[in-house]
Every structure is written in structure tokens, then in C-alpha cells.
Design a protein. Structure first.
Length: 354
């Protein structure tokens, strides 16, 4: 029997697996895909990620990956007016998720976690004082389960705990050739139908994300095709929902982490930060639960620490969501200089922890 089974090897799951294995637990990490794989994401690492990456001992290895340096954010209104905000020096970078997630997975393996890729969890139940996990025609046993399986969490769905999601918007993502003179910047561009985020990821590539209501996404794809000289057949990865209520764990030996626990507005580029931190917090809870044997206390402590992680940051997320849901109104405010650079600087500083 494993001490901990972690479902999903994204940043939340791989981080949790590495910390659990470092602490000497028997760890099983189950992943549906085969890595390396890309993911719908802006690829931007918020500077608040670095403390966890340092504690994992991978910060230098991440900086050695192909990456784009991000020195400023350009907010671009419909019609082209631009407001620039500087980012802290050398703090924010963009790395392709295929490279970033692979490195974290390698770190988990180095720590001693058993990793099974191309393994989709399809059943889960608590019986005989352990979790019984059905994956690839096999039943695996673990004392604790960590659900790190993203915004459409199968674990939450299988346990009847996945809240109904809003399908009001869809996210698309791709990598394109980096336009000449793009510069070391993130572009957050409001468009009549939604918005686009763009960030250089190194290796001569640019990450392009599009977010809009499903009925408007074709218009955004047409805009991107023209802006970046893409063919009609250019393929985009897609994801939904961009918003849903948080999941609450229903069992004291079950922890939800990253997007599986709570989905935040992509515009602020904080999802990986929450994934890494909640993965670390869940590992501490799992270690305490196994070592001290007090499951209820460990579950209470995790719930409190998880709540604390989001407290004081979510209001920026709400502002961002309001802004992106009304791109025309936000553009008008930007053009009329009602949203002053100083205000954008203050909000950005809150997000990047300056
Ligand atoms: C358009 C967009 C842009 C974004 N841009 C940024 C950004 O620039 N910066 C940022 O920090 N965040 C960004 N985010 C958010 C970020 O992508 C997520 O918050 C982050 O990926 C969450 O990590 P995670 O480990 O919780 O989940 P995920 O990265 O989703 O990983 C979950 C893993 O679980 C696996 N899985 C799922 N189901 C099963 C199953 N049944 N069995 C086994 N495995 C399973 C999946 O294959 C996947 O590998 C963006 C999001 C969107 C939608």
C-alpha cells in the first residue's frame, strides 16, 4: 500500500509528490498524459513561485531551461492605446509547460516517487481503511489521496464533489514564431470579443492565449491568424471552464490542490503559483497525517492553510475578471486615462508581489 497517491502530475501534483517523497513517504503519482506535453497556459511564472522552486531545489534548473525574460507588462486597449508597467528585474519569466512540468516530474522521480504516466484514474472509493483507486484495469491502494487533476478534477467528479462549472468563456493557446522586435514583455490585449495574452518563451517562440465566449472565439482566432500570419489550419489547444466554485474536501484523508481545489482568473497569471504552494501545503499535511496519525488535525490544518494562501489576493482576481468580461468598457477607461498607469502599477505590484 502507498502512503499517498497523487492524481495528476502538473505543477501541483509533481510538487506535492517531490515533497512527500523527500519526507520519506511511499508516493504514487498517476498521470493521464505522457510527458512532455503542452497545456493551455500563458507559460508565465509569477515571481511568487520562486520560493517554492528554491525549496524544491530546482530554481537554477528552471532558469537553465529555454525561457523568455519578462521586463514589463503592456496593457493594450481596443484601438491600440498602450499602458506599460515595469516588472521586478529578473523575477518573471515564461517557460513552456512541456519543459517546466517535465522538470518538476523529474524532480519527483529523483525524490523517489513512483510515477505512472498514460494512467487515467477512473474509479475511487474509500474502503478497508484505504483509498481504492481504479486506473488502467488495476486497483491501487493508498492511505491518502491528493487530487491534483486540474480544473475538471476527475477525483472530485467521481466523488460527487465537482461544482457545476460556468461555460461562459473558453481558453485557447498555441505557440507561434516570435515576431521580430516583440521585446521582453507580456502583452495583455483587450479585443472587442475578449482578450489575448502573449509572452515570449525562448527558442524563438511566442505563447499566444485567447479568451472569449464560445460564440466569439472564431473571431479571436481570425484576429490572431492575421496578427501572427497563421494559416486557417493552425491548431489550438482549448480548455474550459475558466471559472467554477472551489471544491471542498469531503474526507479527512483527501486533499485537493491547484486548479482541482480552486480556479482563478487566468488574466493575472497566478495559477502555477497557487498550484506549487498548495502542493507543498498538502505534502506537509500528508506527512503530518502519516507520522502523527491524527488525520482530522492534519485535514483541519490543511484547510486553514489553503484558505490563508488565497486570502488577501483574490480581490485582484475579481477586478481582473470584471475588466476582462467587459473589454469595451475597460478599453474606454484605459483610453480616457481613467485607469491611470499608477493604478495599474499598484495592481500589478500586488500580483507579482513587489
Ligand atoms: C488561458 C489560460 C492561461 C493561463 N496562463 C497562466 C500563466 O501565464 N501563469 C500561471 O501561473 N497560470 C496560468 N494559467 C493557470 C494555470 O495553467 C493553472 O493554474 C495550472 O496549470 C494549475 O496546475 P495544476 O497542477 O493544478 O493542474 P494542471 O496543470 O491542469 O495539471 C493537472 C494534471 O492532471 C492530469 N489529469 C487530469 N485528470 C486525470 C485523471 N483522471 N487521471 C490522471 N491524471 C489526470 C492532467 O493530464 C494534468 O497533467 C492559465 C490558465 C488558462 C486557462
Amino acid at each position: 500500500m502507498f502512503d499517498v497517491a497523487i492524481v495528476g502530475a502538473g505543477p501541483a501534483g509533481a510538487t506535492c509528490a517531490a515533497f512527500c517523497a523527500d519526507a520519506g513517504l511511499r508516493v504514487l503519482l498517476l498521470e493521464r498524459e505522457t510527458f512532455p506535453r503542452e497545456k493551455v497556459c500563458g507559460d508565465c511564472l509569477n515571481p511568487s513561485c520562486w520560493p517554492v522552486l528554491e525549496r524544491l531545489g530546482v530554481a537554477q534548473r528552471i532558469r537553465a531551461l529555454a525561457h523568455g525574460k519578462l521586463q514589463r507588462v503592456d496593457f493594450v486597449a481596443i484601438g491600440g492605446r498602450r499602458v506599460s508597467v515595469d516588472l521586478p528585474e529578473d523575477a518573471e519569466i515564461a517557460v513552456k509547460r512541456s519543459l517546466f512540468d517535465q522538470l518538476l516530474l523529474t524532480r519527483a522521480v529523483e525524490a523517489g516517487a513512483e510515477v505512472r504516466q498514460a494512467t487515467t484514474v477512473r474509479q475511487i472509493a474509500f474502503a478497508r481503511d484505504a483509498w481504492q483507486i481504479g486506473a488502467n484495469d488495476e486497483t491501487l491502494e493508498a492511505r491518502i489521496v491528493v487530487a491534483a487533476d486540474g480544473r475538471n478534477s476527475s477525483v472530485a467528479r467521481l466523488l460527487g464533489a465537482l461544482p457545476r462549472a460556468s461555460k461562459e468563456r473558453v481558453g485557447l493557446q498555441t505557440h507561434v514564431a516570435l515576431p521580430k522586435d516583440f521585446g521582453d514583455r507580456v502583452v495583455l490585449q483587450f479585443l472587442p470579443e475578449g482578450y489575448s495574452g502573449q509572452a515570449p518563451v525562448g527558442g524563438g517562440e511566442l505563447n499566444v492565449c485567447l479568451v472569449a465566449a464560445p460564440r466569439d472565439i472564431e473571431a479571436l482566432k481570425n484576429w490572431a491568424a492575421e496578427r501572427f500570419s497563421l494559416t486557417r489550419e493552425h491548431s489550438w489547444r482549448t480548455i474550459t471552464p475558466l471559472r467554477r466554485a472551489p471544491v471542498t474536501a469531503t474526507h479527512r484523508r483527501l486533499f485537493f490542490v491547484g486548479d482541482a481545489a480552486r480556479v482563478v482568473e487566468p488574466f493575472t497569471g497566478e495559477g502555477i503559483y497557487y498550484a506549487l504552494h498548495s502542493g507543498e501545503l498538502a505534502a506537509a499535511a500528508a506527512v503530518a497525517s502519516i507520522r502523527a496519525g491524527d488525520d482530522a488535525e492534519a485535514a483541519r490544518n490543511y484547510a486553514a492553510a489553503h484558505e490563508q494562501l488565497y486570502r488577501g489576493r483574490l480581490w485582484v482576481n475579481r477586478i481582473a475578471r470584471t475588466a476582462v468580461l467587459s473589454p469595451r468598457a475597460t478599453s474606454l477607461l484605459l483610453c480616457a486615462a481613467v485607469i491611470r498607469p499608477a493604478v495599474l502599477r499598484a495592481l500589478t505590484a500586488k500580483i507579482v508581489g513587489r
